[in-house]
Design a protein around this ligand. Sequence first.
Ligand SMILES: O=C(O)CCC(=O)C(=O)O
Ligand SMILES: [Fe+2]
Length: 272
Amino acid sequence: MNHTITAEQIQFYQDNGYVVLDNFLDADELETWRQYVGEAVAARGKRKLADGSMMEEDNYYARVFAQRINLWNDHEGMRRLMIDDRLGKMAADLAGVDGIRIWHDQALIKPPWGNPTGWHLDNPYWSFYSRDAISIWVALDDVTPDNGCLYFIPGSHKTATYDNVGIGSNIGDLFNAYPAWGKMEAASASMKAGSCSFHNGLLAHGAGANMTPYHRRAMTCAYMPDGSAFNGQRNILTQAQADSYKIGDALDDDAQSPLIYHRSKAYVRFSG
Ligand SMILES: O=C(O)CCC(=O)C(=O)O
Ligand SMILES: [Fe+2]
């Protein structure tokens, strides 16, 4: 795993809200990620969350991507891949924060001829608000504008608010809420399998349609800066968990949101 982050990459991320890192996984690691993601997703069936509280329905959204969340919860290999301090340090360095917790991982697999991913922001959906929230997106297949690579509006994280525009079938609805972004050009992020990108949780992003007869597999993880507080939204929490927090309480439950890296603490690395 190439987990070095240069000062130039940090600056690019801070300015643009995203960065593409080529050759993140080597060939063996890529095979491991593909295998574990394949096993974990197959074992889920239609369950998006392990406890069955979110199920995939047969609708437009299911043809955007198969979404299976927190695979680290119920697949030992995925747990080892996700609870990795090297990933946490990359995220912490790019975001400029001291500690990184997993908010949720997710496999996002566009089916052959899959629908595009509408333009959206991530962080407004989550149970905490942070201008430093960050996600990794790892390409498990080569991605290009042909099969649903990501697109970003560079710099949009700087002017984003927490106004949430749900992802629907009109891919450009976000631009009704943010008309200035609608006049900007998007950057596409073609990547070889094994490369990755990071994007800020308030960066406008989406993905194109899959115009190929093959799957477009991605493994992603959304990270929460350590010290973030509950904002009243349930998102992926159970109702009991959400009920146990008051707005403003720290989301510091290591069983739900493991701290995978902190500058001032030593963490055991689980690799392979
Ligand atoms: O993979 C996609 O189509 C969308 C990914 C995305 O929205 C994300 O990782 O936040
Ligand atoms: Fe997203």
